[in-house]
Design a protein around this ligand. Structure first.
Ligand SMILES: Nc1ccn([C@@H]2O[C@H](COP(=O)(O)OP(=O)(O)OP(=O)(O)O)[C@@H](O)[C@H]2O)c(=O)n1
Ligand SMILES: Nc1nc2c(ncn2[C@@H]2O[C@H](COP(=O)(O)OP(=O)(O)O)[C@@H](O)[C@H]2O)c(=O)[nH]1
Length: 228
């Protein structure tokens, strides 16, 4: 059977559920979940040149400049010639989207549209295991032991920029930079927008969309996703 690789991007404001939904997609369809935030953290931990540079921005709650993001991520994507993947958190800006375009053809873009009040509630309750990027929510998906990561048992933390005071500015910024990216993907005919307040209600729609594009049971080599 012909094997075709599948490349997708998931976009949405902070707290919209990109990470949560990406994990479900990765599990159900065998795509490799690539998180730009995790990748940045790995580079920071490894003290790479770009990681050291990125850290100076992230520490101040700023977006990492386009040239640093593309220098970090594009070579990584270029290496993945044999993988189907879902990218979460990149591209963020039109410049990043154009750079990605010149590297690969995307099959599909998911954009999450979630009301502000919902984002605020979720993020003020978001707890993170910094080493792995695993995400919890005290109501929606609490850890087995309060304040501790399920797998490592290490302490969970909260990000200052998840608190409501920082959120308004983050959302405004997201809206400004994401609009031209969304318009670009709309014009290419690959954008699929999902709106709602609950991941569990949005998920079936995403699941059925992807089921029309990729089989839900990947074959033994999950890196090659055969299309019907
Ligand atoms: N394209 C990107 C992705 C991430 N970042 C930086 O990396 C940080 C961590 O990334 P991530 O974990 O994806 O972001 P969160 O801030 O947790 O965003 P979200 O709430 O959407 O998960 C961001 O705050 C931002 O400073 C960036 O500048 N540009
Ligand atoms: N209450 C609630 N929390 C959710 C839902 N979906 C995701 N979350 C939580 O909301 C927070 C943000 O989700 P996350 O996947 O990190 O979003 P991202 O910032 O877009 O990657 C996390 O704490 C999730 O556990 C939902 O439907 N209801």
């Amino acid at each position: 059977m012909m094997a075709k690789l599948f490349r997708a991007v998931i976009m949405g404001p902070p707290g919209s559920g990109k990470g949560t939904i990406s994990e479900r997609i990765a599990q159900s369809f065998g795509l490799k979940h690539l998180s730009s935030g995790d990748f940045l953290r790995e580079n920071i931990a490894a003290n790479t040149e770009a990681g050291v540079l990125a850290k100076t921005y992230i520490e101040r709650g700023l977006m990492v400049p386009d040239h640093v993001m593309t220098r970090l991520l594009l070579p990584r994507l270029e290496e993945m010639t044999r993988h189907s993947w879902l990218m979460d958190g990149f591209p963020c800006t039109l410049a990043q989207a154009k750079a990605l375009n010149s590297t690969c053809d995307l099959d599909l873009v998911i954009s999450l549209n979630i009301p502000y009040e919902t984002l605020k509630d979720r993020l003020s309750d978001r707890w993170i295991h910094p080493a792995s990027g695993r995400v919890y929510n005290m109501g929606f998906n609490p850890p087995h032991v309060q304040g501790r990561d399920d797998l490592s048992g290490e302490p969970l933390i909260q990000h200052d920029n998840d608190q409501p005071e920082a959120l308004v500015a983050r959302l405004r910024h997201y809206k400004d930079v994401a609009k031209p990216v969304i318009d670009l993907y709309k014009s290419k005919g690959i954008l699929h927008m999902f709106s709602g307040t609950e991941t569990d209600r949005i998920w079936p729609y995403i699941n059925s969309l992807l089921s029309t594009k990729i089989p839900s049971r990947p074959e033994t080599d999950t890196q090659h996703i055969p299309l019907p």
